[in-house]
Ligand binder design. Structure first.
Ligand SMILES: Cc1ncc(COP(=O)(O)O)c(C=O)c1O
Length: 382
């Protein structure tokens, strides 16, 4: 029987979504309660989310905002980053990380990543610091904390992109209470999924107050009608905060479910030449937000894109995290002087994320693994 025939015989009957949200009746009831309460905009549920998230991370302040992107933008503006400044970040991230630097008027400077975990390389960061560097933005990629100690040792403000890292710990320290500011996302696929939303945590009273003032236009100086700061409109509605609160209750349980899926993938990949998981550091607590695989085209017999389309034919959804940001059109055109970043560029060609979600059953993950085995058998043997 040809591999093709085998593949169509065992193909999953329904499409396996790449990362569906794990929401249920608790979230439905909480939204209904929020609507019945009359608080559609920011109110007591957003305040409760801030209190509980501060407690969860151990940070002094948690500020609920409209997205992870807004969280990062407000943190940079709150730190005074603006035109003429440089901010060092990683090219292997969702473009929002770099976009917010552009939004402040500053210039993003990309430091190459480490080949092991694809997090920003502190040695490359150190080489890129200039008198204009105003902040460093590491990303805790896939939930693996970036190596914060050598980055923080450079003495510059650090704004962490923790969109993937709600649960993560770096060397025993909870992400969220370490740097000047840490930015979380409540986007639909994230560990605490409200649909949309974000949270900034900080231990700095002044920065918390600055971000609070920028989040929404507030009447200032106790006056009847005046503003002291021209704020944005980046507040979180209580309807979304109600969902986030339910998700916060489930965050550790969901992480354990994903961890089991990770173990199934790890065991399967050990048998598939040319498909390697991205390294994880056992000293840290990994949030397992994604399960990325690197496809070595020579050993795996096909490119990442060939694997992706063969898996789609098998009814298995996948995604790519990430293409290097400095190679995307907006960045190539606006910052043509970027130096090559060979580690990131190679990874960008190889990365493929497999289905991972607490909404998936173990059978779903077994289906994805079986499909991957068939695709590998078909491509690797030509
Ligand atoms: C690494 C990373 N940073 C930032 C964001 C932006 O978060 P949001 O979609 O909540 O604005 C995302 C994803 O959505 C992300 O994956």
């Amino acid at each position: 029987m040809s591999p093709q025939k085998l593949s169509s015989d065992k193909k999953r009957a329904t499409f396996l979504g790449f990362q569906p949200p794990a929401v249920g009746e608790e979230e439905v009831a909480a939204v209904a309660d929020a609507i019945r309460s009359g608080w559609l905009t920011t109110g007591p549920r957003a305040a409760e989310l801030e209190r509980r998230f501060a407690e969860y991370t151990g940070a002094k302040h948690a500020l609920a905002v409209s997205s992870g992107t807004a969280a990062m933008h407000l943190a940079l503006v709150g730190l005074g980053v603006g035109p003429g400044d440089e901010v060092i970040t990683t090219p292997i991230t969702w473009p929002a990380t770099a976009n917010v630097i552009v939004h402040t008027g500053a210039t993003p400077v990309f430091a190459d990543v480490r080949d092991s975990d694809l997090n920003i390389d502190p040695e490359r960061v150190a080489e890129l610091v200039t008198p204009r560097t105003k902040a460093i933005m590491p990303v805790h990629l896939y939930g693996q904390p970036a190596d914060l100690d050598p980055i923080r040792a450079l003495g510059l403000p650090v704004v962490e992109d923790a969109a993937h890292a709600a649960e993560s710990e770096y060397r025993g320290r909870k992400i969220g209470a370490i740097s000047e500011a840490t930015c979380f996302s409540l986007y639909a696929t994230k560990s605490i999924a409200a649909g949309e939303g974000g949270i900034v945590t900080t231990n700095d009273d002044g920065l918390a107050e600055a971000i609070r003032a920028l989040t929404i236009m507030r009447r200032g100086h106790g006056s009847l009608y005046d503003i002291a700061v021209p704020g944005y409109k980046a507040n979180l509605s209580d309807v979304l905060a109600a969902i986030a609160l339910c998700q916060l209750d489930k965050v550790e349980r969901h992480r354990v479910l994903r961890l089991r899926q990770v173990e199934l993938y790890d065991a399967a990949l050990a048998e598939l030449d040319g498909l390697e998981p991205v390294a994880r550091d056992p000293r840290d607590l990994h949030a397992h937000h994604l399960y990325p695989v690197r496809v070595d085209r020579n050993r795996a017999g096909g490119t990442r894109d060939e694997y992706r389309s063969a898996l789609a034919d098998e009814n298995i959804g996948t995604s790519v995290h990430f293409l290097p940001v400095h190679r995307l059109t907006a960045y190539r055109e606006r910052f043509p002087e970027q130096s090559p970043l060979p580690v990131a560029e190679r990874a960008g060609d190889e990365l493929l994320s497999l289905p991972l979600s607490p909404a998936h059953s173990e059978q779903d993950i077994e289906d994805a693994i079986e499909a991957l085995r068939r695709v590998h058998a078909s491509l690797a043997t030509g």
